[in-house]
Ligand binder design. Structure first.
Ligand code: SF4
Length: 365
């Protein structure tokens, strides 16, 4: 099947095959322009001109982590000087009177940070600010605490939910291919474990995001394997709210020294367009990352398939520690006016994209 035929089939409601996905990752010039155009057209059919964003805050409860993933500068040894574990007082100082709708609550992994203390902190936030959606814990944290406490994944997730977790972070996915995982994060859970934990949460009615960390040592086949795992699980559970594309920040990391030179923004755009075409209306929300790409390039990605700009992100520090230079907070007004400036309709959303109940989703012209 020619590229043109395959792309038209997606616009007609068909599914993008793995062979075409692999082909797209190798394209440039006019063929790539056609991919961008098709991804944009598909996005417009699914989401019209709306571009969403969320008023949120990152709450990394500790930076002590003894996993040492090669792409991460955030996690610190317990013996490092600049470690922290947030107290309740720290949490209230951060939240203040902000009217945020979501807190992303995650932390490093170490024996010095106890599960019951983390749950206590989560419970305290939920009790005092019940209106804030707690988007909490990666599958890696669920695995870590389950193993430390001799519990099943299901029981660990139940405890998290009882303490106030409303949805789960789809982080720690990196690239869902064990060949790459062994190279960049050998102590992390396997692809199958990630899928099992997320699948368990979905079965329990807990939604999650899905992420991909790209732009390092992965090959096209690894990317397509990752997309395939996520699409397959989504067809089984329907639990993913969005697909988030995270461009690797090489500047200060060990993995950065092993990363080949590339046009990073072009690769990011290609990945965003591919994700839009691959997931189509299986996962309708494709999120770009202004923290990774920079605000202007993130706005540009709205023309190649992205429909969500992510969050205002008070206290974003994971990207900054890895060498990101795009800031840690953008105001709601800036989101609003910048999206309007691109001829799009800004829409503030909550974690579960509840505003979309007003939309008519259709793949028909
Ligand atoms: S990515 Fe997460 S698990 Fe890996 S070192 Fe950083 S904080 Fe620790």
């Amino acid at each position: 099947m020619s590229l043109e035929t395959a792309l038209q089939a997606v616009l007609d409601g068909g599914e993008l095959g793995n062979d075409t996905a692999l082909e797209i990752l190798g394209l440039s010039g006019e063929d790539l322009a056609l991919v961008y155009q098709t991804a944009n057209e598909l996005n417009l059919r699914l989401n019209q001109s709306r571009v969403s964003f969320i008023h949120n805050m990152n709450m990394n409860y500790t930076n002590i982590c003894e996993y040492f993933c090669s792409f991460c500068e955030f996690g610190k040894s317990r013996y490092a000087k600049d470690t922290y574990i947030l107290s309740e007082e720290d949490v209230w100082n951060r939240i203040g009177k902000e009217t945020i709708s979501e807190i992303t609550f995650q932390g490093g992994l170490s024996d010095v940070v106890k599960f019951e203390d983390v749950l206590k902190l989560l419970r305290a936030i939920k009790q005092r600010r019940p209106e804030i959606h707690m988007h909490a814990f990666s599958p890696e944290e669920i695995h870590f605490y389950a193993r430390k406490n001799g519990m099943s994944y299901r029981d660990t997730i139940l405890e998290c939910r009882a303490a106030g977790m409303d949805s789960m972070c789809g982080t720690a996915a990196e690239i869902l291919d064990d060949e790459v995982r062994r190279k960049i994060c050998p102590t992390k859970i396997t692809t199958d474990q990630w899928l099992e934990i997320i699948g368990t949460a979905h079965e329990m009615g807990i939604r999650s995001t899905a992420t991909i960390l790209f732009g390092h040592v992965e090959e096209p086949v690894h990317v397509v394997n990752h997309l395939g795992h996520v699409r397959t699980l989504q067809k089984q559970t329907g639990g993913f709210t969005e697909f988030i594309l995270l461009l690797f920040m090489p500047d200060k990391t060990r993995l950065g020294r092993r990363t080949p030179a590339m046009n990073r923004i072009e690769y990011a755009y290609k990945m965003i367009a591919l994700a839009r075409l691959y997931f189509s209306n299986t996962i309708r929300n494709v999120q770009t990352s202004w923290v990774k790409l920079g605000f202007d390039s993130a706005l540009g990605s709205l023309e190649v398939g992205a429909n969500d700009m992510g969050g205002t992100l008070y206290f974003e520090n994971i990207t900054r520690e890895a060498g990101g230079r795009n800031g840690e907070y953008t105001s709601l007004d800036t989101f609003h006016s910048a999206i309007l400036g691109r001829g799009k309709t800004p829409v503030q959303r909550d974690t579960l994209y509840s505003f979309q109940s007003q939309l008519q989703f259709s793949l028909s012209v």
